[in-house]
Design a binder for this molecule. Structure first.
Ligand code: GTP
Ligand code: MG
Length: 281
């Protein structure tokens, strides 16, 4: 026979479960409204479920959820300079996402703020004004700029700047649908060893398009994701989805047009606070 004490205990447990389900459902809704994918929501909530089942309050659970992002989101940290030889990074991505601006921000950050020896390279010699955009930054920052349109030219430029700490390569925007141009870019980037390729995507991109961009650009030797225009985005779930689905670590977030200040190293906590609309503590 079930005792009264047992009945109370079972009832309390059921109440706790209902409360924990309610809290988890509320948090799931917050994530859903930010367009975080079902797969990521599930993974995040599983990490905080034990605390929810112990009856933790909603606010404490939300704080735990911020921490849980670190359990599912992979970030690379900043570009680390090497003791010997230059670190070489290239930005690639769809047109107009902010690749050139990002190169200028990184050049300024490393050359001006950290005193590193930096060179910039652009592949883009065919569009009116494309070289001028970086030339202006090159003059202001006193950082050399080279044009290397072919793999052979790139090889020569990299050899010329072998004494630098950091070489930043800016490529022309390509539509993810333009397979031929992407094939060309692949040959270019793979022609020289040691180039780290950062796929730049605007945070305003919708989930479906983003999947298409990552799928098409995966033809290239992508090593990192870099999200731009966070300041223009209404939601941040697509950043979570892109990282979790593709496993390329997140590198930087850019947050405006100003060079060099509008760039931040991507962290799981920063992303969590953006998604959950919390201010960084
Ligand atoms: N709001 C906002 N604007 C940005 C950001 N990054 C770049 N931009 C702006 O976006 C526009 C395009 O930037 P670019 O750096 O030329 O973009 P791109 O990817 O090099 O473009 P293409 O070379 O034509 O493919 C410029 O007006 C930049 O000022 C950002 O983080 N936030
Ligand atoms: Mg550009």
């Amino acid at each position: 026979m079930v005792s009264t004490e047992d009945k109370v205990c079972v009832k309390n447990l059921a109440d706790d479960c209902e409360l924990s389900d309610e809290a988890l459902e509320l948090l799931a809704n917050e994530l859903r409204s930010e367009e975080v994918g079902t797969d990521s929501i599930h993974a995040l909530l599983e990490l905080i479920r034990p605390a929810a089942e112990l009856g933790e309050e909603l606010e404490a659970l939300r704080e735990r959820l911020v921490d849980a992002f670190a359990g599912i989101i992979k970030c690379s940290g900043p570009l680390r300079l090497r003791k010997t030889g230059p670190r070489i990074m290239a930005t690639v991505g769809p047109t107009g996402v902010g690749k050139t601006t990002t190169i200028a921000k990184l050049a300024a950050m490393y050359a001006l703020n950290r005193g590193a020896r930096v060179a910039m390279v652009t592949t883009d010699n065919f569009r009116v004004g494309a070289v001028e955009q970086l030339k202006t930054y090159s003059k202001i920052m006193d950082v050399p700029l080279e044009v290397a349109a072919t793999a052979k030219e790139l090889e020569a430029v990299l050899a010329k700047h072998a004494d630098k700490d950091l070489i930043l390569i800016d490529t022309a925007g390509r539509s993810p649908k333009d397979r031929e141009k992407l094939e060309e870019l692949k040959v270019y980037l793979e022609s020289c060893p040691g180039i780290e390729t950062y796929l730049c995507i605007s945070a305003t991109t919708r989930d479906r398009e983003m999947n298409e961009i990552v799928a098409q650009y995966s033809l290239l030797p992508i090593t990192r994701l870099l999200f731009t225009k966070l300041d223009e985005s209404e939601s941040y779930g697509c950043i979570v989805n892109a990282q979790v689905r593709n496993r390329f670590p997140l590198s930087y977030f850019t947050t405006g047009q100003k060079v060099p200040e509008d760039i931040e190293v991507a962290t799981a906590r920063k992303l969590a606070n953006l998604v959950l609309r919390e201010t960084e503590k």
